[in-house]
Design a protein around this ligand. Structure first.
Ligand code: AQP
Length: 337
């Protein structure tokens, strides 16, 4: 037992590489938070199968995502880093929570609406609809107090809070009510070709998506081609200059510098110089991560061993919460023989 605050977060293994938004909006924050908290970080493969996917790719992307967590600084001996489907309690608690979730409240989830539009109504499944309920189960199983996520996940954490409070009031105190921890400045990184849309693994075009595992030359090229504006001034103005504001945000976080110091440095020098400077910073960070990922992937048995060990640790906590929830709802305990 530890008296550190419990923290839970996860990412879908929905691509071969994570993108820059996942790195800045999630991983960087996780890395900072893991020291002071008792952190659980999951690779949420059960979420990734809520849209059409390829089984062999999913398997390989799950290992690749785990390797990226570790290479980016998540320490699997200090934090619990595991694959969601290795802990069956996630699916089991999700079922209980489905039974107290209103159809109307689930229908209001904007990510479901966005994804349904993107994937077309023929391929929208009940699984995709119930995605936020599974996410609530993920969080509540670990009595997590803090949930570090990007802005796009705020509504799902709100639903989790509502479900936890509803369950507690109906069946008695069971779940800790969690809070989203959203770093305002970096909550949303935008697509470099479409700087008013979120950068996303499943973007239709990859031209504006920076992949953590891209070759440095490809990353540099994408940054040099980022959409800006005709004005030419390196000034942070989210409304009128979204492209430049996005580049400045990324630069500021990755180089750990203030936006105003960047505005000063690049004043009167134009966007080409700004992009060149940013490309150096991004490739300088992602280059070593990429190398470490390749090393980790070269020894899949060791990676699997680590994941199994961490899943055991996660299951120990999750099974206690699940048993409590089953009991509160009134499910008859299976007799011991
Ligand atoms: N553009 C972004 N800016 C800031 N944070 C972001 N996150 C994702 N994109 C950005 C944060 O990354 C975490 C991982 O999320 P996920 O993989 O579970 O799914 P997502 O939010 O839907 O991310 P993607 O990349 O857009 O994946 P796909 O395309 O597969 O749906 C979350 O904390 C998220 O906020």
């Amino acid at each position: 037992m530890t008296d550190k605050t419990r923290l839970y977060s996860g990412m879908q293994p929905s691509a071969e590489s994570l993108q820059l938004g996942n790195y800045i909006g999630a991983l960087l924050n996780w890395k900072k938070l893991q020291e002071a908290n008792d952190a659980f970080f999951s690779i949420v493969d059960l979420h990734a199968i809520t849209v059409a996917q390829d089984p062999a790719l999913l398997r390989s992307n799950t290992r690749r995502t785990a390797a990226q967590y570790i290479a980016a600084g998540i320490d699997p001996s200090a934090s619990t880093l595991y694959v969601q489907s290795h802990v069956p309690a996630h699916a089991e608690l999700a079922w209980l929570l489905n039974t107290i979730t209103g159809f109307g409240e689930a229908s209001r989830m904007t990510q479901f609406k966005d994804k349904s539009l993107r994937h077309g109504s023929d391929s929208v499944t009940v699984g995709l609809f119930a995605y936020p309920v599974l996410m609530a189960a993920d969080i509540l199983l670990y009595d997590a107090k803090i949930v570090p996520v990007g802005e796009d996940q705020r509504q799902h954490v709100e639903l989790t809070r509502d479900l936890a409070a509803r369950f507690n009031s109906r069946f008695g105190e069971t779940f800790v009510i969690p809070e989203a921890d959203i770093v305002k400045e970096t909550a949303k990184i935008y697509d470099l070709q479409n700087p008013t849309s979120k950068m996303s693994k499943s973007a239709e075009s990859h031209a504006g998506v920076i992949w953590v595992l891209d070759e440095p030359s490809v990353t540099a090229k994408k940054i040099m081609r980022a959409v800006t504006d005709a004005d030419g001034g390196v000034v942070f103005d989210r409304e009128n200059k979204p492209g430049v504001a996005n580049l400045l945000t990324i630069y500021s976080v990755m180089a750990n510098r203030s936006i105003s110091s960047l505005e000063d440095e690049y004043a009167g020098r134009g966007y080409g110089d700004l992009k060149k400077g940013l490309a150096e910073v991004v490739t300088g960070t992602f280059g070593p991560i990429r190398e470490r990922v390749l090393e980790l992937l070269a020894d899949p048995a060791e990676l699997d061993r680590l994941l199994a060990q961490n899943a055991d640790r996660a299951a120990e906590v999750a099974n206690v919460t699940l048993a409590k929830a089953y009991d509160r709802v009134g499910l008859l305990p299976r007799p011991r023989r």
